[in-house]
Design a binder for this molecule. Structure first.
Ligand code: HEM
Ligand SMILES: [Cu+2]
Length: 629
């Protein structure tokens, strides 16, 4: 165990040094102000929450190259010897290979899906009967807050970045991402956020308990556990901004010859649009949390009306991020679904350009609707109606996408295997979530169901039936590419049906009890909702168990599944034209793109060829083209 070389031992030491520095800084600062310098636990903890993660990252070696460079020392030329993972231990080191990072992200995110899911089970156990059984109300608030925060900031957003990290460079014919070291740093910032969310339970006064929205002034006055959220979100946000910049530069500058924008697979378009959203919107949540931190730590008064602050401002800044964030959690999934539906229906995507343009339309419109989350918060009344209209309008590009997917399926030869089942599950569930979303755009209805279980039902139809189903679809679809193994199809189908049925039985009835007035974010409820809640809790345990089925399938198949061929789905996009898993540098010869990505069933159609000389012939060179249908 060497403490000098970069790695986990040095990272642990770095974290300790970070805490020590935090302690020293607070003592010195307090002494300078003439305050009692010795111990103010809260102050030390707040600074330590910033110091320790940086110490950890430095120790891990995430900044080594930049330090060498800044110090004018000889930088070790990137010899790529660190590319690829040779044993499982390599996944616990800083690695700059996009394929390794993609797997690091994905596995790490699924770990947090299980943790967040476990919190959901605890929430549902408490809600199974009226009255308090397992936790006190404060702990309950902590459970659902950490549940939502983990699933949003440490699962859905990063897992999409992970899947795209793996497949996007392959899809555009690039050897890696544009900034490999930044890519590694982006990943390693995430565990910081996750650990912080979980450690908050140990903070005096319990974990943060103000929901994932952390509304001020509640979050300013809450116990110290709240700071774990405030700072954790900063790390997760910095990670996703850096990744988005990386995707944008990669997509703009590193496409293979012939890969024009309108020959890009829709997954690439989806991540392009998402990255635009991230770089514009995510700084707003960073701002909102900085303001909370400054209010808490240094007595600023951004949100203290008595001192000239403005409470509503928090909600405006927060939702200016968090409404676009729902599309950050949807658009990458739209990309995944487009890939899968075309391949599994053996049909070209209907209206490919409309699909790309509607993604961009969602990016723009996503910024015009934030105040629909504030219909009951007492803002100027004239803002409501414009926000209702823009919210309804955003359903148009979304509807275009749904109709294009349906038209793609029309008269296709559907292969109903696991990825396709999840894709179809997404299509139906997301449509229902979209419809309840439009209902919420209507001001009178929103006022009626505000803060009831109708909202919980809507959130889960969109995030679970929507995002999570696309993630499952994508993980099954690219599993052979990533691991070189096939998954167990029978278990996959079991996983789908138990999840699909359990999901609907869990969240469907919530619409009903929501309209009847069962409040959200409250640990107890009146007797009249008892039957439905018991039913919902039982159904939710089915979903919990079905997730274990998925984990079992993934672990066992990765270790001992049948060997995967290069192109088990007979897909045309470039990632399937190389071996499974791909060679260390992705392509032995850089491909040339000569046609669209989805010409399934079109005789002689080719997307990419691997021998530059033979470009422009209609007949594909042997071995380069997927078998036509
Ligand atoms: C079987 C799986 C799940 C169950 C049983 C479940 C259960 C719940 C329940 C009961 C609440 C409401 C807590 C309350 O209002 O007191 C909740 C809130 C929430 N859940 Fe889940 N959940 C599940 C999966 C997910 C997933 C996959 C996501 C993905 C992002 C998610 C995101 C959220 C969000 C954003 C909230 C809102 C929290 C708030 O009101 O601040 N959940 N969940
Ligand atoms: Cu919104």
């Amino acid at each position: 165990m060497s403490l000098r070389a970069p790695g986990l031992p040095r990272a642990g030491l770095g974290a300790l040094i970070g805490v020590g520095l935090a302690y020293a800084i607070t003592v010195v600062a307090r002494a300078l102000y003439g305050w009692d310098p010795v111990v103010d636990g809260e102050a030390v903890l707040q600074v330590a929450l910033i110091g320790a993660p940086f110490g950890f990252l430095i120790g891990l070696g995430a900044f080594d190259y930049w330090f060498y460079w800044a110090a004018g020392r000889k930088t070790r030329p990137e010899d790529h010897s660190s590319h690829g993972a040779h044993s499982w231990k390599d996944y616990f080191r800083v690695n700059t290979d996009h394929k390794v990072i993609g797997i690091q992200y994905t596995v790490h995110s699924f770990f947090f899906l299980l943790v967040g899911g476990m919190f959901a089970m605890l929430v549902r156990a408490e809600l199974a009967e009226p009255g308090m059984q397992f936790v006190n109300p404060n702990a309950y608030n902590g459970l659902f807050s950490v549940h939502a925060s983990i699933l949003i900031f440490l699962f859905i957003i990063p897992v999409f970045a992970g899947l795209a990290n793996y497949v996007l460079p392959l899809m555009i014919g690039a050897p890696d991402m544009a900034f490999p070291r930044l890519n590694a740093l982006s990943f390693w910032m995430l565990p910081m956020a996750g650990i912080m969310f979980l450690l908050s339970f140990l903070a005096p006064g319990g974990s943060f308990a103000t929901g994932w929205t952390a509304y001020a002034p509640l979050s300013v006055d809450a116990p110290i556990g709240q700071v774990f959220f405030t700072i954790g979100v900063q790390f997760a946000g910095a990670s996703s901004i850096a990744t988005a910049l990386n995707f944008l530069v990669t997509i703009i500058t590193m496409r293979a010859p012939g890969m024009s924008f309108f020959r890009m697979p829709l997954l690439v378009w989806a991540n392009f649009s998402t990255s635009l959203l991230v770089v514009i919107a995510t700084p707003f949540i960073a701002a909102s949390q900085f303001m909370v931190l400054l209010d808490r730590a240094l007595g600023f008064s951004f949100f203290d009306a008595a001192k000239g602050g403005d409470v509503l401002m928090y909600q405006h800044v927060f939702w200016f991020y968090s409404h676009p964030a729902v599309y950050i959690m949807m658009l990458p999934g739209f990309g995944i679904i487009s890939e899968i539906l075309a391949v599994k229906a053996r049909k070209p995507i209907f209206g490919y350009r409309m699909m790309a343009f509607s993604l961009l339309a969602i990016v723009v419109l996503g910024f015009t609707v934030w105040a629909h989350h504030m219909f009951v918060s007492g803002m100027q009344e004239w803002i409501r109606v414009p926000m209702m209209i823009t919210t309804a309008v955003i359903a148009v590009p979304t509807g275009i996408k749904i109709f294009s997917w349906l038209a793609t399926l029309w008269r296709g030869v559907l292969h109903l295997d696991t990825p396709m089942l999840f894709a179809l599950g997404f299509l139906t569930m997301f449509t229902l979530g979209g419809i309840s979303g439009v209902s919420l755009a209507l001001i009178p209805f929103d006022i009626h169901v505000s803060d009831t279980y109708y909202i919980v039902a809507h959130i889960h139809y969109v995030l679970f039936g929507g995002s999570l189903f696309t993630i499952f679809a994508g993980v099954y679809y690219w599993f052979p590419k990533m691991t070189g193994r096939m998954f167990d199809e029978r278990l996959g189908k079991w996983h789908f049906w138990t999840t699909f049925i359990g999901f609907n039985l869990t969240f469907g009835p919530m619409h009903l009890i929501g309209i009847q007035g069962m409040p959200r974010r409250v640990a107890d409820y009146s007797q009249q909702f008892a039957t439905w809640n018991l039913f919902i809790s039982c159904a939710s345990f089915v979903v919990g168990l079905s997730t274990l089925l998925f984990v079992y399938n993934m672990v066992v198949s990765w270790r001992a599944g049948a060997r995967a061929p290069a192109n088990p789905w007979r897909a045309m996009t470039l990632e399937w034209q190389v071996s499974s898993p791909p060679p260390i540098f992705n392509f032995d010869t850089i491909p040339t793109v000569v046609g669209g990505p989805y010409e399934y069933g079109v005789p002689g159609a080719v997307h990419g060829v691997f021998k530059g000389a033979e470009v422009k012939t209609t007949a594909a060179p042997a071995g380069a083209a997927p078998a036509g249908d």
